[in-house]
Ligand binder design. Sequence first.
Ligand code: SAH
Length: 378
Amino acid sequence: MSGASDHASLIGSGRKQLQEILAGEGIAAKEAQMRARQLQNWIHVHGARDFAHMTSLVKGFRAFMTERFTLARPDIVTEQISADGTRKWLLRAGPGIEFETVFIPDAHRGTLCVSSQVGCTLNCRFCHTGTQKLVRNLTQAEIVGQVMVARDALGDWPSTAARRQITNVVMMGMGEPLYNFENVKDALAIVTDGDGLALSRRRVTVSTAGVVPMIPRAGAEIGSALAISLHAARDDVRDVLVPLNRKYPLAELMEAARAYPGLSNSRRITFEYVMLKDVNDSLADARDLVRLVRGIPTKINLIPFNPWPGAPYECSPWERIEKFAEIVNRAGYASPVRTPRGRDIMAACGQLKSESVRERASARHAQMRSAELARMPG
Ligand code: SAH
């Protein structure tokens, strides 16, 4: 949303926020309320890109808005399309603030994988994003903006789409959504609002590496489906793979999972389990896993490890994944093996990474210092 204009973009703002913005421009409360509702509809239901096209608004008001605001989305830096139809966009929110969004089309659904942060703090050993330091949290607008960019590119707005292409949204891109709770929550409120992007709450999934204290809040305040990146059924193994486990060990994580509101056989928690050769893929590991999740309505998603340059692991051989899946399945849990998608464009699970680095304080100071020097009379 850097755009050429220095006017603020209104995308990703909720109705209340729009109302406040209009009030801030001196529009009277009653009118602001009505205009906010109309704007919300044009921006998020129809994906309008220009105030001039908002035909239900009086011309004067359209001009008023054009002079003050934009409807700019995050800039698209690159778009890549995989041989299997998966699409990946590298987006930019400002200088050096780049992040990725992935669309995964299937026969009967289309899943958009959305990022919550630029970089990540978690350092999971098998994850490429984990090798990129956290640059910053994405804002509410940048999170909603990812869905809007994808809808633009896919022609997936009501006026143009014969049938909806993005049917599901998963917060499984870069970052840890529960470490950016407020923005993720506010963004998903717009994504699931009937007067917004109008996706069903049940088709939106928040995925966490296990930020235990935030799980009850996610259940109460976001109310989406929950996925937990488990990857190991024993603390000694998980401590290494997902270092966050040292802070929130399995016993606490499973307690939070059990207490997640609204669980039933039709609303199950997803546990994600990456298959790493000789690390977590033995038959004993499978039995430990089954014991660990006992009693929780769950589906266990087995993810073949997706390689990346310099990764310290290999993917389990196919026969082992099948045997593992069979044990889990026999114990009564669905255990689909996730087909790797978009590997050829580094768009598969755990492969996302951007070049963005956080500007180091020292570098920033040096820059300011030299600017100061330049301003000093010679
Ligand atoms: N931080 C959140 C959101 C990221 S989701 C979370 O951990 O859930 C990304 C998913 O891809 C996680 O389940 C992650 O563990 C998994 N993943 C990461 N690296 C991977 C890799 N190289 N191969 C397969 N899956 C991977």
